[in-house]
Every structure is written in C-alpha cells, then in structure tokens.
Design a protein around this ligand. Sequence first.
Ligand code: ATP
Ligand code: MG
Length: 811
Amino acid sequence: MTHGAPNDPYDDLDAFEAWDDRSLSQRAMAAAPTPWLEGLNTPQREAAETLDGPVLVLAGAGTGKTRALTCRIAQILASGRAKPWQVLAVTFTNKAAREMKGRLGQLIGPSVEGMSWMGTFHSLCVKILRRHAELAGLENGFTILDTDDQLRLIKQLLEAERIDHKRWPPRQLANLIDRWKNRAWTPAHVPAEEASAFNRRGVELYDAYQQRLRTLNAVDFGDLLLHVVEIFRNNPDVLETWRDRFRYILVDEYQDTNVAQYLWLRLLAGQRANICCVGDDDQSIYGWRGAEVGNILRFEKDFPGAKVVRLEQNYRSTPHILAAASSVIHANENRLGKTLWTEEEAGEKVRLIGHWDGEEEARWIGEEIEALEKGTRGLDPVNPDHMAILVRASFQMRAFEDRFLTIGMPYRVIGGPRFYERKEIRDAMAYFRCVTNPGDGMAFERIVNTPKRGVGDKAQSTINEFSRANEIGPLDATATLLADGAFKGKAAKSLEDLLAMLARWRARLEAGENHVELAEAILDESGYTDMWKADKSPDAPGRLENLKELVKALEGFENLEGFLEHVSLVMENEQEDGQPKVSIMTLHAAKGLEFPCVFLPGWEDGLFPSQRSMDESGLAGLEEERRLAYVGITRAEKLCTISFAANRAIHGRWQSALPSRFIDELPEAHVEVLTPPGLYGGNYGAAGHGAQRSGGSGGFGGNFGGGGNFGGGSRLEEAATRSDAYNSPGWKRMQANAGRRGMRAPTEARNLVIDAEAVCPFNVGDRVFHQKFGYGTVEYAEGDKVTVAFEKAGEKRVVARFLSAPDDIPF
Ligand code: ATP
Ligand code: MG
C-alpha cells in the first residue's frame, strides 16, 4: 500500500511504537479545551458529543451535518478514546475525504495524518481486501477493473458462450451483476426469484464471470465490497480483528449507501455499535446505482437505542435559495419532510433564464461568469473558485469547456470526462498493468496489438480461449501457445518480442528501478509513443501531451502499483495549480459541496428530469430527479441561476425541448426571470429585428410576455444595464402573459438568434417534415429559422436544417 499514512501501525509497525511514545501528547490533548464544539449549535453538539452508541443525524442540506461529523472525530480523538487509525470515517468521494482531513487538521493538528481509514467505501475496502486477498481467492497484486474492462470481459464471456450480443447485450448482464453485487449477493446468494434473469442464464454467467475474474486476478468495483463482506461473513476471526480495530465508525451521506455497504457497516459496527451516520433522505440520488434510502430510515430499528438528532438551521444559503429548494422538493410524495430556516440575509432571488439553444446558454453563462468575476453585476467580485456549473448529463459539459477555452476562463472538470479515461492514457495504463500484474488479461488484450504488431483477431481469440479453457493468465497462455507453435510468421515473432519486453520490464520493476523512468521506457520501447508520433491525425499531438502528463503524474507516487490504484479509485480530475478556476461537474458529483455562485443549466424536460430515469423507474425515477434538483439548488450560497434552452443538440441531433417541470415548481416570490442583456442587446437592438419579430408569427407574442418583455428595440437596449435586466417583467408578468402551461410551451418566443445570412431553402406554403413534430406547412421563413404549422404538434419555430421536404424522406 502506498496510501497508508505513515502513522498507521498496520502499515508500519515501527511507526506504531513511535506513536505510542507520542501518545503522551494525545493524552495532553484530552485535557485540552475543545474549541471546535463552540462553533456548533446545540443539536450539532449533541451529535458531536454523544460518543457511545449509535447516533443518526437526519437533516436537510446545509444544516452542518458534515461539520458535526468532523467535529465528532475531533472530539473522539481529543477524548483519547481512540487513536486516529482506530476511527473509520466513510465519505462519499475521495475529494470529500481530503477536504474533511484538511478541516480536521485545522482542528486537531498533525495527528490527523494518522487518520488512515478515512475514505470512500471503495478505497477502504481495497485496503482491507489487499490484506486478505487470499480469502477471496485472489493474489495480493489484484487489478481493479473499470467499467470499460468489465464490459469487455463480459463480452468475451458471452462470445465464448455463443450468446447473441444483439438480443442479450453485454451491458445488460453487466448491470444485472452490478445490481446483485450491490445487494451483496454472490452467485450462490442470488435468490430464486431472479432465476429468470438474462434469459435464465444470469446466475450461471455471473458465476462464470466471477471465476474468470479470479483467473485474471482482478476485481470489479462491486467486488471490492462484496469480497470484503464475504470475508467478514465467512471468517469470524478476521471480522473480530477489524471490529476490534475500528472503535468508532462515522458515515457521511448515509442516504446513498447500498445494501452491501450497509451490511459492511453493520458487520463492522458489531455489538459496540459506536456508529454515527449522517444524511438527508431528500438527497438520495444514487438509487439507480443501488442505493437504498431505506437504510437511513431503518437506522433506529437496526441500532436500537440510537440517538436521532435533527438539524434545522441552514448555514449555507440565502432564504430565497432555500425557499426555492424547499418548494421543489415539496412536490415529492415520498419523503419525511423537514423544516429548514436560516438567519442569512435575503440576498438575490434565484434567477431564471431561457435561451434559444445550448450554445447560447453556454455563451451567456460564460459572459455572466466574467461579469461576476469583474464585479460588474452589482455584487462584489466573485473569485472563479467560488463559481460552479452543475449539469445533469456530462455531455452538457463540452459546451462550457469550449466556451471557457475560447474566452480564456480557467476551469476544472470534477468527475467528468476524465483524463484517465482517454484512449492513450488507458493504453499506457494497460501496459503498466501488464507489468505489475501479469495475470491481467484485460490489459493484455488492450495492448497485444497496440501499436499494430500483426497479431490479428484470430490470434487474440486463440489466446483468450486457451487462457479461459486452462484457467491461466494470458501471458502464460501466449507462452504455451508459442512453444506449441500455434502462431506463425509475424504474429509469432511479435508475440515473442512482446513477452520478452514484458518480462524485461517486470524484472526492472522487481529490481526496484525508478517507476517514472520505467514508465517512460515502457512507452518508448513498446513503440507506443512512436505510434502517436507517426500518427498524422489532428489529435495525435494532444495525445502525446497527455502521455507526458501521465508520466508527470507518476512522479507524485511511490511506485507504479500505487499510481494504478489511485487511478482506478480516484478517477477525479485534480490537476491543481493554484489558479482560481470555475468548477464544472455533474449534479451527482456536487453532493456535499457548496459554492457562492451556482449555475444550473439545461433545465429541460427529458434532460432534467431525465427521460431515461422516468422511463425506467416511473414516479420513483422522477422523484429521484427532483432530489437531484434539490441537491443542485442547495449547493448555492448566494446566487443561484437556473437556465434552459429551447433547442439542444443531444448526441449530434437537435431536439426541441420544454422547460423542465421543476421550473413550474419554483416559488414565484423567490424567483426573478432575467432578460439577458448581452443576448438581446445585440440582436434585438438591431434595426428591423423587432419589427420582423412581432410581424413574424403569433408564436413570438406568446410566451415571455410578448411586446412588453421582448418587444421593442429600445427597451431591450435599456436592458443592457443591470437594473433593467433584473427588473424584467418578472415571474408574475410572465405568468400573467403566458400562464404556467404557456411557460412550458416549446420554441415560440425564445431569444431567437437568427442567422440572417442563411438562405432558407423553404418558401411559405411548402409542406415539410420534421423528425420530431412530423408534417407541417411553412408559415414564415427568416434566415435559417422557419415557423411551421405542424399538423399534430401545432405551430413551432424550428431550425431549417432539421426540416426536409416530404419527398426526401426515405420510407
Ligand atoms: P449537505 O447536506 O449539503 O451535505 P451539510 O448538512 O453536510 O450539507 P455542511 O456542509 O456541514 O452541511 O455545512 C454547510 C455550511 O454551513 C458549511 O459552510 C459549514 O461550515 C457551515 N456551518 C455548519 N454548521 C455551522 C454552525 N453551527 N455555525 C456556522 N456555520 C456552520
Ligand atoms: Mg454534507
């Protein structure tokens, strides 16, 4: 292990001795005052000071649950009841663990370094599993497969079984296996009701998959928990050692634990049950990944005599933001219901703005962020570190990333499309994995013909099949097959060379060569770097840069294994150079975080709430989406801006959308509808546009308040000043003009940005076809925008290139 803190005796027995010597200072601390308690309110103090027995803190967002939990750890350590490494603290992300460690360090000083058992369920389980790998049929150096590799392996399995991919997609089996693992079911535990899964072969394939993983000396994410739970279940002595070790258990974001995590906690808590869980049922947003909000609701039953603490004062957000969040979550039926109040000043209302399309939205947000940074919004200048864009789907990030690159606004992506998921990085890592774990078949498959070595599909499947049939790793399989003369010509030579290279690198690794140099050598000698040097595609230079970045990242680690483990666990983009940056992340990744200014783009039905969630899980899915909206709004401290676009390109296809139903659930009194100055100033101000617009079609008059709001040029020019922009007709007016249903009508009166240069291929009266709206007749055409009376969908304003003449439609 490379990440065990030096003070953890489990990693380093000498340090244990050293710690005992230093424990005097611990005892001194026990007598010292506990200033952190002073920063807590009464119920928070109760949570931090009730050290014996189970405690549940069940409270809304921003009420200081995490803070109370952190102070509780300080209290435990200061009281001398446990050493830092006897405290098990579970956080939802690695980032959260780092932050908590930082805060704790401020409270208790350097002894925080001994808190080596603070992390996510996964990272904690890896540490335990490494120590008992043999009890799970693994070797200590096992590899952690990511979802991509997992899928690859499942594909291989289905191929070997001659199962039709089309009818029985590998992803479906992967999801099924994940679901079972989340419930801590090994193949033997899967209950009879599930027997029909995956064409009645689910359990059998799950079993085969597990066997295959063992052969490869690998685990997937679900296994990390499952194996440890199994080890605990089957080895009471092992469990006892761990129970004895962890005197105190603390869990943040408890509402998002799944059954396996819950069992793991219960097993570890044992009779002592010094367990403190904090959470908020309204923020349960991982149901789709097997989280059971029921875990938090049954806590009192599972841990009899539990003290339940409720917190109601919110310290994070202004009353407007809190009111907006409360109003949205109020629409959920399945919730406990809580009261939240705050002493903060009212501040700005939640701002709401509609845009023509996703690009416009990104541009507006970019400008807004620049303005906020400069302090030209009538507010104090805002540091980019204090601004975040929280999206529902990661594809939304690209528009912001592009925008920020254009305007030179530094940004960071947290948990998004990650550096470590790029092809060249994955290839390079596969080489490293083959060296550290020769049994890693997934990695071998990835590199065996990358760069091209003339090892074709046939040779590869020969290796796979041989490896599977004989339950040996791919390297051994290849070596045996080579010895048997199974390959000819170039393939044989290449495979021989590859095996020799891998053996050489492994020898260097074992001889203790510096891992950064070794990594460079691997990339060079394998021909991988040269492959990209020779590549003439425009993205090759970027890939070479990334490879350099990868080697640079290695410097921060003691060895290759530690690095690989870090990547498989951390998967978070954290290149930090101290420069202030705007954060971009998904709503899911934003849990537990807070920012003074938050932008929530893409509030459109289908995107948010996500159509898929609703299709797959019905009302439960919708409620989970609504909790996500609640999480999003409650991340904001001072300024929260919600936006939507009438048109959006989703996976390369333009789609028109209705504003999210969650927008209807926002409370009128706490929301301000913005007329974006930058956006309208230009287009609307231009001579003639106003006239064209109002003369255009009835559609323009409809939604956003017709003439008054979007009408004449002069008014819109005035809107270029902040006060006017903010004094737009507002919610009331919008409602009066459009009504709630009108608000959700589609593309009529958005801030249309018309490309006047574009020549419209359609004339008034033409019959046209639109992918989504069907047939219609052109009523009005202007540049690239066309108003069409659709036969079924009514009148809509759409982009000309999404229309075709009915004759062009292939049937
Ligand atoms: P979430 O549900 O979003 O995870 P939370 O309940 O964990 O929120 P915290 O993040 O602990 O809330 O606290 C929210 C903010 O309020 C933080 O900035 C925290 O420092 C502050 N805070 C918490 N308790 C107090 C207090 N008693 N006095 C002053 N500030 C507090
Ligand atoms: Mg929290």
